[in-house]
Design a binder for this molecule. Structure first.
Ligand code: TRP
Length: 334
């Protein structure tokens, strides 16, 4: 049953979608589709802070759109759009900026991390920092507040951004003594869904340890064989809880299958090659139908264009009503 509440999330087209994105963002967002009015989008103007080559930008946007669709996003049920195609977002960003203390932005994790790393390496604190990075949370607040979002499914690293959106919304509501914006809530991924990469750290493009979603079979196999293990011999009993292979397996297997592999670890007599093979088979069969869909979609860019255009028009219809109301509330129009 639909509770008429809005769920909204965006993904930046900055790299090849991987299984961390799938379990961390795509799958949980799609699970909300029947209970919420979902708005899911491609955050291309957020990506512009990183992707500054025209061909790369185009390709990454198509890849991400095809990924969402291949993973099961139904454009009849989801308002699926591209951020840049809803320009009301950027007008709202200007309004929000007027109510955003600079000090709030100074505290944003991504910006602070960059400044700290500059300082540590003896560089100017602002080296490589553009205003787009600095105001990233304001743009994200605009994405969220534009649609009166109730719930934002995101990873833990994004919670601060949602708190900032809340701060900004509250100060505007307070200033005009009116509930102009709904206060959003994050829906945070459970720890169990933390996806470990090839090297045992969190799966992330910046660690170069990702398993892309739709690799051809032979390349997927090669990558799985690269998962880091310890140097225990085949005979030795192994600890499943310290194994990157096991931790990935748990994302895909049934409770019985998990129990079964766990026993093989504990018993000894199982080599890492065997465990990797089992994992490969699981991942491969899980993504095979989606991979086929993805390959079909990615060779039909016109279809993707059409879906995004329709979604963006739906989003704009709602966004433009919101903006008319806001402009009146601010006194910039009658
Ligand atoms: N900042 C998010 C990320 O890096 C992407 C994003 C942009 C987003 N706008 C959003 C997520 C609005 C949720 C809601 O993952």
């Amino acid at each position: 049953m639909n509770n008429n509440k809005i769920s909204l999330t965006g993904i930046k087209p900055t790299g090849i979608p991987h299984i961390g994105n799938y379990f961390g963002a795509i799958k949980p967002a799609l699970e909300l589709v029947n209970d919420y009015n979902p708005f899911y989008f491609i955050a291309d103007y957020h990506a512009l802070n990183i992707i500054k080559n025209k061909q790369d930008m185009k390709k990454l946007c198509y890849n991400l759109a095809a990924t969402w669709l291949a993973c099961g996003l139904d454009p009849e049920k989801v308002v699926f759009y591209k951020q840049s195609m809803v320009p009301e977002t950027f007008e709202l960003e200007v309004i929000l900026s007027a109510f955003t203390p600079k000090g709030l932005m100074n505290r944003a994790h991504a910006y602070k991390a960059k400044v700290d790393s500059n300082k540590n390496s003896g560089k100017d604190p602002d080296d490589g920092v553009n205003i787009g990075l600095f105001t990233y949370p304001v743009l994200m607040a605009a994405d969220i507040l534009l649609f009166d979002t109730d719930l934002v499914p995101v990873g833990k690293d994004q919670v601060q951004h949602i708190e900032m959106a809340t701060d900004i919304a509250q100060s505007i509501n307070y200033n005009y003594q009116k509930d102009l914006f709904k206060i959003p809530k994050p829906l945070i991924q459970k720890e169990t869904q933390l996806v470990i990469g090839l090297d045992g750290r969190k799966m992330s493009k910046s660690y170069n340890n990702v398993i892309p979603l739709f690799l051809p079979e032979n390349q997927l196999r090669k990558l799985i064989m690269r998962i880091v293990t310890n140097s225990q011999t085949v005979e030795e009993p192994k600890n499943p809880d310290e194994s990157n292979i096991f931790s990935l397996y748990k994302l895909f297997a049934t409770p019985e299958e998990i129990e079964d592999l766990k026993n093989q670890y504990l018993k000894g007599g199982m080599g890492w090659g065997y465990a990797k093979n089992i994992l490969f088979e699981k991942i491969n069969s899980h993504f095979k139908p989606m991979r086929e869909k993805y390959n079909e979609l990615i060779s039909d860019k016109k279809y993707i264009d059409k879906i995004l255009l329709e979604g963006s028009e739906k989003a704009r219809y709602i966004a433009s009503k919101k903006m008319r109301k806001l402009r009146r509330a601010l006194g910039v129009t009658n």
